[in-house]
Design a protein around this ligand. Sequence first.
Ligand SMILES: [Zn+2]
Length: 274
Amino acid sequence: MMSKFTLALTAAALVLSSQSVSAQKPGVERLYIMNCGEGVAGDIGRWSPGVNEGKSMDFVDTCYLIKHSQGWFLWDTGIPDAVAAMPNGLAPADPKAVSWKRPKTLAAQLEQIGVKPADVKAMGVSHTHPDHIGNVEMFPQATLYVQKAEYDWPGANNEPRFKPSHPVELLAGDKDVFGDGSITILSTPGHTPGHQSLMVRLPRTRVVLLSGDAAHFRDNYDNRRVPVNNVSKEQSIASMQKIADTISKEEAQFWINHDKAQRDTQKLSPEFYD
Ligand SMILES: [Zn+2]
């Protein structure tokens, strides 16, 4: 017959085993916000035509590293790490564009939390502008999730957008990456032909929607302003509406990649959101 002591031990073991099960439950466990560049936009009128003409503004460039029960997922890769070694950073040909610096490398931020580039199982980029794809080849093994419309979009001199040998999953619309609803790519074209945003379902922070460049800063999103360089104004407005509808349905927070005012209020890696 079991003694009271044995029963208590058995009960304690049951509690412990259910805790370890919950620690490994499927889905997203945490999200790190990483500094992937800091810059100054010469004239933000090009992002908000007719408004703010001639005004300069500080920008940030952000990467997001997500720990999912099936592996690490990276969203956007930022300005190339090599820029960290350039004292004057990357100066644009057009002085109205953003001049970028790299105060911290992505590699150093991964190392700080004990993640090796080889640990990254999959990644997505919002689009193929250079401030988002700068470190894709630091992760040659990671499956890249990209819209076919973006992948096939000819680059300068008809160059491919990515190294042809890089493993890819080409998308034609939204994609539930791990099949459990915790990381969902949302097709939001307009800034570029195959631009995409990301919805992440966290245990405590709840739902977060990562903008990509569907909007560059809050005021532009609130007023549905479309930058002059976007490939389609109509698609850009429809994509902002799709984001707004998703935010209200999911009661999501909207985190804007380049918005310095917002990012200054957020926790940066090694701190994280869970
Ligand atoms: Zn950008």
